[in-house]
Design a protein around this ligand. Structure first.
Ligand code: HEM
Ligand SMILES: *[C@@H]1O[C@H](CO)[C@@H](O)[C@H](O)[C@H]1NC(C)=O
Length: 325
């Protein structure tokens, strides 16, 4: 009798918990760190070795892969949609404004997929490969490590319009940055921590020209330095590159935040995080405390990776990352 009551009580708890899960329509977290542990036991080492050789030969590749993951997750979730190539009959995300002439690293993801398909055909999604490769990139460049949740499936569609609308522009104000992250369930603190990704990689002149010529909340010597490789006339030298982190563009550390405190943010949007507004204290905190940045960054990467995954029988496991099956 008592055990029957106990069984009913347990069932009631299970039903309640699963109903709560269904109501959580922002993030249905069905991803786990061991999703492929029996279906593809060597997945992590296979991804790691390909990322390692790419990053060893060109450190910037690690930055490019990290950014691909961000641009994937912000457009209808982390579903590999950014990896789909345009064709005569398909328009994907790669030529959306935030990605055109800028998103790179696709070949590395394709190479990883080839190696993974050889070991475990038809099992691992491109969306998961990108999530793992982004983590590996951070670690290989000296940043923190974390366990990547997997079990995502790949989208059969992509949206150029959503890429244009959802990925924040470098002209964004602080309130625009806060709202574009909040739209995908990420907090202001997550936004600031994730922006620390700009401790690695490069930007084109076209994205920082106005800042280094016309803004006043910028260190004068830094502005002069950046003007040298970025002509003032629009259209000239648009693709010239400069490091997002003036100190150490190939090392994942907290110097991005030290730069902001010194008014050495390269993008307008970077300096918005430390410009007399509500996020100044978070920036100062990360600039003084690398371990607090590392732990907030890893937590926020896991949260970003949980944005609207396709799971179960939704989507597909692509055979190649550049096109649907
Ligand atoms: C907060 C809003 C953000 C804005 C406005 C922004 C904007 C930009 C822009 C304009 C560039 C330079 C692109 C180019 O000129 O080709 C860039 C580069 C980059 N972004 Fe962001 N970004 C943001 C957040 C993030 C986040 C959350 C991540 C990752 C977690 C990230 C990772 C990167 C990396 C690693 C690069 C360098 C890529 C390379 O060298 O190939 N960004 N970003
Ligand atoms: C700087 O501002 C002036 C005046 O608004 C404008 O004419 C010029 O094009 C701007 N320069 C850059 C590089 O943005």
């Amino acid at each position: 009798m008592a055990s029957k009551k106990l069984t009913i009580a347990i069932l009631a708890i299970i039903v309640t918990l699963s109903l709560q899960g269904d109501n959580n329509n922002v993030v249905e977290a069905q991803l786990t760190t061991n999703f492929y542990s029996s279906s593809c036991p060597n997945l992590l080492s296979t991804v790691r070795s390909t990322v390692q050789s790419a990053v060893n030969s060109q450190p910037r590749t690690g930055a490019s892969i990290l950014r691909l993951f961000f641009h994937d997750c912000f457009v209808n979730g982390c579903d590999g949609s950014i990896l789909l190539d345009d064709t005569s009959s398909f328009t994907g995300e790669q030529n959306a404004n935030p990605n055109r002439n800028s998103a790179r690293g696709f070949n590395v993801i394709d190479n990883i997929k080839t190696a993974v398909e050889a070991a475990c055909p038809g099992v691992v999604s491109c969306a998961d490969i990108l999530a793992i490769a982004a983590r590996d990139s951070v670690v290989l460049l000296g940043g923190p490590n974390w366990n990547v949740k997997v079990g995502r499936r790949d989208a059969r569609t992509a949206s150029q319009a959503a890429a244009n609308n959802n990925i924040p522009a470098p002209t964004s104000s602080l309130s625009q940055l806060i709202s574009s992250f909040s739209a995908v369930g990420l907090s202001t603190r997550d936004m600031v921590a994730l922006s620390g990704a700009h401790t690695i990689g490069q930007s084109r002149c076209t994205n920082f020209r106005t800042r280094v010529y016309n803004e006043t909340n910028i260190n004068a010597a830094f502005a002069t330095l950046r003007q040298r490789s970025c002509p003032s006339a629009a259209g000239s030298g648009d693709g010239n590159l400069a490091p997002l982190d003036v100190n150490s563009a190939s090392t994942f550390d907290n110097s991005y935040f030290k730069n902001l405190v010194a008014q050495r943010g390269l993008l307008h949007s970077d300096q918005e995080l430390f410009n007399g507004g509500s996020t100044d204290a978070i920036v100062t905190g990360y600039s003084n405390n690398p371990s607090s940045f590392n732990s907030d960054f890893t937590a926020a990467m896991i949260k970003m990776g949980d944005i609207s995954p396709l799971t179960g029988s939704s989507g597909e496991i692509r055979k190649v990352c550049g096109r649907t099956n």
